[in-house]
Design a protein around this ligand. Structure first.
Ligand code: PBE
Length: 264
């Protein structure tokens, strides 16, 4: 049928890890005999819309993002809540990529900051966050309310620039993703979420239910990643694709698939 011939489109958010995972999905779908391409789209709302409208067939997402930002609900049966919208969820891929707040270790030590609660005593700290984090209920508005934080110097900036600004002391606090290569690269302090604000963000695939009839083998291939990616492996891949050496995401994804799943 013509529908089955439509290429499989794997979406990604615009940050390194999402691109690497989407690239793995694209290569896996091809290994399943489908024609496939990657589409780097933007932030969570754009990806969810593209998925439910059928512009993309699958994309890597995180459980905490599904409950806090997409559904704005923590249903007892997540799979059923998604199925009601024509969307399937895979089992966890094996690692979490949580939101956290990060600081330079020397700045944190000078201010005596050890966890997010300590930020309450330092209204002067300058914050720089990615725009999506500034808008999300599980981002700055939520952390600020949960911890009753007083900071007013809060700027929106891109994720990579925020790290540079932090290192150059142009800002004092930024949001980090816990699998980012920059945390180790710059030896940053990840502040303890001592009042448990952030949910867990387990990486999963979201895909359209109709992909199962259109390209069952592609779905089968995507699901081969279930339980197969550890946090150190993901961190390492992110580091390879970031920083000075900056390997192409296609290469990083391809090497992982060959080494762990024997995909060639
Ligand atoms: N993240 C970190 C998530 C939320 C936590 C950037 C991986 C995301 O929604 O993309």
């Amino acid at each position: 049928s013509p529908a089955a011939q439509r290429p499989v489109v794997i979406g990604s958010k615009k940050f390194t890890e999402s691109v690497i995972l989407a690239e793995m999905g694209t290569q896996l779908a091809r290994a399943g005999g489908a024609e496939a391409r990657r589409d780097d789209l933007g932030g969570t709302p754009a990806l969810w819309l593209a998925l439910t409208q059928g512009d993309i067939d699958a994309y890597p997402e995180y459980t905490g993002t599904i409950t806090r930002q997409i559904l704005k609900d923590d249903p007892p049966d997540l799979a059923a809540a998604l199925a009601a919208q024509g969307v399937r969820i895979s089992k966890p891929l094996g690692f979490r990529n949580n939101y956290a707040l990060g600081m330079r270790k020397d700045v944190a030590a000078a201010k005596g900051v050890r966890s997010i609660s300590y930020l309450r005593q330092h209204p002067e700290l300058r914050c720089g966050f990615i725009h999506e984090f500034l808008d999300r209920p599980d981002g700055w508005p939520g952390v600020k309310r949960h911890y009753d934080l007083p900071q007013t110097d809060v700027r929106g900036m891109n994720h990579t620039l925020a790290y540079r600004a932090l290192v150059e002391r142009a800002i004092d606090v930024t949001e980090v993703y816990t699998t980012d290569g920059e945390i180790a690269q710059y030896d940053l302090l990840v502040l303890d979420d001592d009042r448990n604000f952030f949910p867990a963000y387990e990486a999963v695939w979201l895909y359209r239910a109709d992909l199962e009839s259109r390209h069952p083998k592609a779905v089968e291939q995507l699901r081969r990643l279930e339980g197969r990616v550890t946090e150190p492996q993901m961190q390492r891949m992110n580091s390879l694709a970031q920083g000075e050496q900056k390997k192409d995401e296609r290469e990083v994804a391809g090497e992982f698939l060959t080494q762990t799943l024997g995909v060639t």
